[in-house]
Design a protein around this ligand. Structure first.
Ligand code: GRF
Length: 205
């Protein structure tokens, strides 16, 4: 943990546009935080280059080098702690978390999911929404608990689903809302402007 409690660790596996939104918000002073470390389980993740470009420390941890999920998570926890991380942000991190990670950072892990939870958890939230035929979808920032895409919801944004939408067009509409609400939710939590009681997160102040 850091002195002012404002050090972020971002976990990624891929292109890292949400990571970019966080990096940009930090750079522009819209989000008062520092990036302690960006960790990827994929060596070629484009997000690693984004982090390097922004001057953020990066670490690649290959999940295939560990016999169990727990051992991989323990290594991730060690890396986060060694960088003084206070709040962990999952940003397209394509690994299920074991209790080793969720307990080490209990209540201090956030995730962004491309649907209005509790609808369409799991993979391909956008495609699930299209196939179901809903007229409104969106994205959700929530606190991570031990169940997938489940913990208390901090912020959501809704977008319309148009009749001619494809997976790509709907995903793009949702993604631009992700980039807006993820840094905002991180800031609210760091500023203690959100109080969590049971499942319900409410704004204070
Ligand atoms: C986003 O759609 C996010 O909601 C989901 O994974 C995707 C990550 O995209 N969890 P990016 O790597 O941030 O561009």
């Amino acid at each position: 943990m850091s002195e002012d409690g404002r050090t972020l660790g971002v976990l990624i596996s891929g292109r890292g546009t949400n990571l970019q939104a966080i990096l940009d918000a930090v750079r522009d002073g819209r989000l008062r935080a520092r990036i302690g470390v960006v960790i990827s389980n994929v060596a070629t993740a484009a997000g690693l280059e984004r982090a390097k470009k922004a001057g953020a420390p990066t670490t690649f941890i290959d999940h295939k080098a560990f016999a169990t999920r727990e051992e991989f998570d323990a290594r991730v926890v060690e890396e986060l702690q060694s960088h003084g991380v206070d709040l962990v942000c999952l940003a397209g991190f394509m690994r299920l978390l074991s209790p080793v990670l969720t307990r080490a950072f209990s209540g201090r892990i956030l995730n962004i999911h491309p649907s209005l939870l509790p609808s369409f958890p799991g993979l391909h939230g956008q495609r699930q929404a299209l196939e179901y035929g809903v007229k409104v979808s969106g994205c959700t920032v929530h606190i991570v608990d031990e169940e997938l895409d489940h913990g208390p919801i901090l912020l959501q944004a809704a977008v319309p689903v148009e009749s001619d939408d494809t997976d790509e067009s709907l995903s793009a509409r949702i993604l631009s809302e992700e980039h807006r609400i993820y840094p905002e939710a991180i800031g609210l939590l760091l500023d203690r402007r959100i109080e969590i009681e049971g499942r319900r997160a409410t704004m204070v102040g």
